[in-house]
Design a protein around this ligand. Structure first.
Ligand code: GLC
Length: 660
C-alpha cells in the first residue's frame, strides 16, 4: 500500500470509526431514535429470499458488490460497461433520452432498457444480477414524448383527493413500465415552509397529515403488489426536511427542532413506509437542530437519521439512494469519494458521470477498512432484496406488446383532466364574475402563456427545466386556447392576443387573462431573498396585459399558472374572478370544464380545489405584519360570490434585510 494510501486510510479510518461510533447507539442516540414512531410494514422479509440473497452476496467479489451500489446516467454509460463493471443501476436525469433524442419513441426507450438489462444478465458473475433503471416520473412519465402529463404535486394537493393520487400513481407506473423502466423517483413528500423554494410545486401541501395520506396512496398505487407488470417501485424523497430550508433556498439549511423534523417533515415518510415503499432518496439539504443548537451537516452524511432512525427505528429494509452527485456536498467528500455517505447508510450512489472513479475509490476504501465490508454487504443485500421482491431476477422487465398505449391512454387523459378540474382554486368570484361562462360566449383570451402548453407544465417536462420545448413536443396536449376552442359551441368564438396591445375589449362577453411563470426546476426556480414574491415584479408583461383589458366594462377572469402561491394582490384587484391553476399538465380541458357551463347549458363542474398552502398577503411574507391573504384550505365555490374588497398593494421592491 503506498504511503499516500496509508495516510488516507488512517485519516479516513478515523472518520470511518467516528461515524460508525463503534456500532452500538449511545444513550442519547437511543433516546433520540425512540422519539420516532414505530411503524407497521406491509412487506415482510421472506426467509427463503433472504437466504438466497445471502448466498449470492457471499459469492460476489468486492468489485461486483461496489458495482451493484453504483448508479450511472444513460448519457455516460453503455450497456457493455454495465456488463463489464457490474453496474447495479442506471438512471436518465431530466433531459436524458435514448440517443439524445427529445422525441425518442417508446420503442427507443424499450430498446435501450432491453440492451442494458441483457448486458447485466451476461456478466461473468456466478449469479447474474439484473440492472434496474430509475427515472423522474414526477407528474406522469414526463421525460417521454407524447405522454400524458398530470398536474404537478402542488395542484394535486389542492384537490385534497388521496384516491385520485393512487390512480395517478398507478397510471404513471403503467407509463414507466411501457418504456421498460421499473423504478420511479417519486413521490416527493416535502412539506414546504417557504414558497421561495424552486421545488415548491413538487410538494403536495404544507399540511403534514395530507402529505402522509398522499404518500400511502401514491406508494400503494405505484407499487401495487411489487410484482405486477404494470407497477414500478417508488422512491420517497428527499429524506429529510428538503422543504424546510432557510428562506426556501434549494439544498439549503433546514433549521428545525427534532420535534419539528418528526411532526412536520417526517409524516410523508411514515406514510410511504406504511405503504411499503422500497427506496428512499436522501436530501441535498442539511439539518440544524435548533432545539439543541447543533448543526448536523448535510443529510447525505447523517448516520443517525439514515441508519439509526430510518433503517433502525422506522424499520426501512429497502434501498437508500443518494441524490445526483449529492455526496460531494458532505464535508470532506468528492462526488467520487465519500465513505462518510456509505458509512452513514446510503446503499446506492447516484454518480451519473464519474462512476468509474467512484468504483475505484470505494473499492480502495473497503480494502483499507475505511468502509467495513459489513456495510457493503448490507447495502448489496438491500439492493438485491428490492430487485428480487419485484421479480426482476425471474423475468425480463420489458413490456408486453401494445403497452405503448399506456403513455396517453384514455384513462390517463381522463384522469389527468379530472385532476386538473379538481386542482383549480377559485380565490375571487365577485358579483361581476362571469363564471361559469356560456359556451356560446365571445371570449378574448390574453396572456403570453395562453397558447403555450409549456406554461402549464413547469419543470421536469421532457427536459430538466421544462424549457427548450414548445407545443410541437406535445402533440396530444391542450393549451388554454385549444381547450377553449374545443369547448365553445358554434355560436361562441375566441380571439387570442398574447399582450392585448391594440385590442378593443368591447363586443366580448368576457376576457380570460392567463398569467404564468417560466418553467423551472430545483435551484433555478428559487426566488432568492431579498427578491419579492410579487408575480408582477417577476413577470411585468402579465400585469401589462391585464391593465390593457381590465376596467373596460367587460368582466375579466384571471387564471394563474404557477409552481407556488405568489403575492398577486394587484392582479386580483384588477380581476372579477381569479383562479389558481398551478401547473396543470397537458389536459387543459380540465380547466374549461370548470370555467364553462356544461354542454347542456347547465352549470359545469364546480370548483373543488382548496389551497394546499397559505396564499401570501405581502411581497415579503417573512417580515410582513400581515403575511397571509388566504389560509391553507381556502377555496370558493361558484355559487359563493366572494365580495372581495380592494386589496392593499404594497409597493415593496426589495425585501428588507433579515437576520440570517
Ligand atoms: C435531482 C433531484 C432528484 C432527482 C435526481 C435525478 O437533482 O434532486 O429529485 O430524482 O436529481 O434526476
Amino acid at each position: 500500500m503506498k504511503n499516500g494510501q496509508l495516510f488516507r486510510a488512517f485519516l479516513l479510518g478515523s472518520i470511518g470509526v467516528g461515524l460508525l461510533g463503534g456500532g452500538a447507539l449511545s444513550g442519547l442516540q437511543a433516546k433520540a431514535a425512540s422519539d420516532w414512531p414505530e411503524l407497521a410494514h406491509p412487506v415482510a422479509k421472506d426467509p427463503a429470499m433472504e437466504a438466497r440473497i445471502a448466498e449470492i452476496v457471499a459469492g460476489m467479489t468486492l468489485r461486483q458488490k461496489i458495482g451493484q451500489m453504483t448508479q450511472a446516467d444513460i448519457r455516460s454509460v453503455t450497456p457493455d460497461q454495465v456488463r463489464k463493471h457490474y453496474l447495479g443501476s442506471i438512471l436518465n436525469g431530466g433531459g436524458a433520452w435514448p440517443s439524445g433524442k427529445k422525441q425518442a419513441a417508446v420503442a427507443d426507450w424499450v430498446a435501450l432498457a432491453d440492451a442494458h438489462y441483457k448486458a447485466s444478465m451476461t456478466t461473468d458473475m456466478k449469479v447474474k444480477i439484473p440492472v434496474i433503471w430509475g427515472t423522474d416520473a414526477v407528474h406522469g412519465h414526463n421525460n417521454v414524448f407524447r405522454t400524458t402529463l398530470f398536474p404537478h404535486n402542488i395542484g394535486l394537493g389542492a384537490a385534497h383527493d388521496p384516491q385520485l393520487i393512487g390512480r395517478i400513481a398507478h397510471l404513471t407506473a403503467k407509463q414507466v413500465r411501457a418504456t421498460g423502466i421499473t423504478w420511479a423517483f417519486a413521490p416527493t413528500v416535502a412539506v414546504v415552509q417557504n414558497p421561495r423554494w424552486g421545488r415548491t410545486y413538487e410538494s403536495y401541501s404544507s399540511d403534514p397529515a395530507l402529505v402522509r395520506q398522499y404518500a400511502i396512496a401514491f406508494v400503494k398505487g405505484m407499487q401495487g403488489n411489487l410484482t405486477a407488470p404494470d407497477t414500478t417501485i417508488a422512491s420517497v424523497k428527499h429524506f429529510i426536511g428538503d422543504g424546510g430550508t432557510w428562506l426556501g433556498k434549494d439544498q439549503g439549511e433546514t433549521r428545525a427542532t427534532r420535534d419539528q423534523l418528526i411532526r412536520t417533515h417526517a409524516p410523508g415518510y411514515f406514510g410511504a413506509l406504511e405503504g411499503g415503499v422500497q427506496t428512499v432518496m436522501i436530501s441535498y439539504s442539511s439539518w440544524t437542530d435548533t432545539g439543541m443548537g447543533k448543526p448536523h451537516g448535510k443529510m447525505h452524511g447523517n448516520r443517525e437519521l439514515i441508519t439509526d432512525v430510518l433503517k433502525g427505528r422506522l424499520g426501512f429494509d429497502g434501498i437508500v439512494v443518494s441524490d445526483w452527485n449529492a455526496v460531494e456536498q458532505v464535508a470532506g467528500c468528492t462526488r467520487t469519494h465519500c465513505p462518510q455517505a456509505i458509512n452513514a447508510g446510503i446503499d446506492m450512489i447516484m454518480v451519473p458521470d464519474d462512476w468509474k472513479q467512484f468504483i475505484e475509490e470505494t473499492v480502495a476504501d473497503v480494502q483499507t477498512g475505511v468502509i467495513p465490508m459489513s456495510r457493503i454487504d448490507d447495502a448489496v443485500t438491500r439492493i438485491l432484496r428490492v430487485k428480487m421482491r419485484t421479480g426482476l431476477f425471474d423475468r425480463s422487465p420489458m413490456p408486453a406488446a401494445g403497452a405503448e398505449a399506456d403513455m396517453a391512454s384514455d384513462a390517463a387523459r381522463a384522469t389527468g383532466r379530472e385532476a386538473v378540474s379538481k386542482s383549480l382554486v377559485l380565490l375571487k368570484n365577485n358579483a361581476r364574475s362571469p363564471l361559469p361562462l356560456k359556451r356560446d360566449a365571445k371570449i378574448l383570451l390574453v396572456g403570453k402563456g395562453a397558447d403555450k402548453v409549456t406554461a402549464q407544465l413547469g419543470g421536469w417536462s421532457l427536459t430538466w427545466q421544462g424549457d427548450e420545448t414548445d407545443d410541437s413536443d406535445y402533440p396530444l396536449a391542450d393549451d388554454m386556447l385549444s381547450a377553449i376552442r374545443k369547448t365553445l359551441s358554434d355560436g361562441g368564438k375566441v380571439d387570442f392576443s398574447a399582450d392585448a396591445v391594440g385590442v378593443d375589449v368591447k363586443g366580448y362577453d368576457a376576457v380570460i387573462v392567463v398569467h404564468s411563470e417560466r418553467p423551472y426546476a430545483e435551484m433555478k426556480g428559487d426566488i432568492l431573498y431579498p427578491d419579492t414574491l410579487r408575480h408582477s415584479a417577476r413577470y411585468p408583461e402579465d400585469r401589462a396585459a391585464l391593465d390593457r383589458v381590465s376596467g373596460k366594462g367587460v368582466p375579466v377572469v384571471s387564471v394563474l399558472f404557477s409552481g407556488r402561491p405568489v403575492y398577486a394582490n394587484d392582479l386580483i384587484n384588477r380581476s372579477d374572478a381569479f383562479v389558481a391553476a398551478w401547473l396543470p399538465g397537458t389536459e387543459a380541458l380540465g380547466i374549461t370544464d370548470v370555467l364553462f357551463r356544461g354542454a347542456d347549458g347547465r352549470k359545469g363542474a364546480d370548483f373543488k380545489g382548496r389551497l394546499p398552502f397559505d396564499w401570501p398577503g405581502a411581497s415579503c411574507p417573512e417580515t410582513a405584519r400581515k403575511p397571509v391573504l388566504f389560509r391553507r384550505g381556502y377555496g370558493l365555490k361558484l355559487a359563493k360570490k366572494s365580495g372581495l374588497g380592494r386589496l392593499p398593494e404594497d409597493g415593496v421592491a426589495t425585501c428588507p434585510a433579515i437576520a440570517e
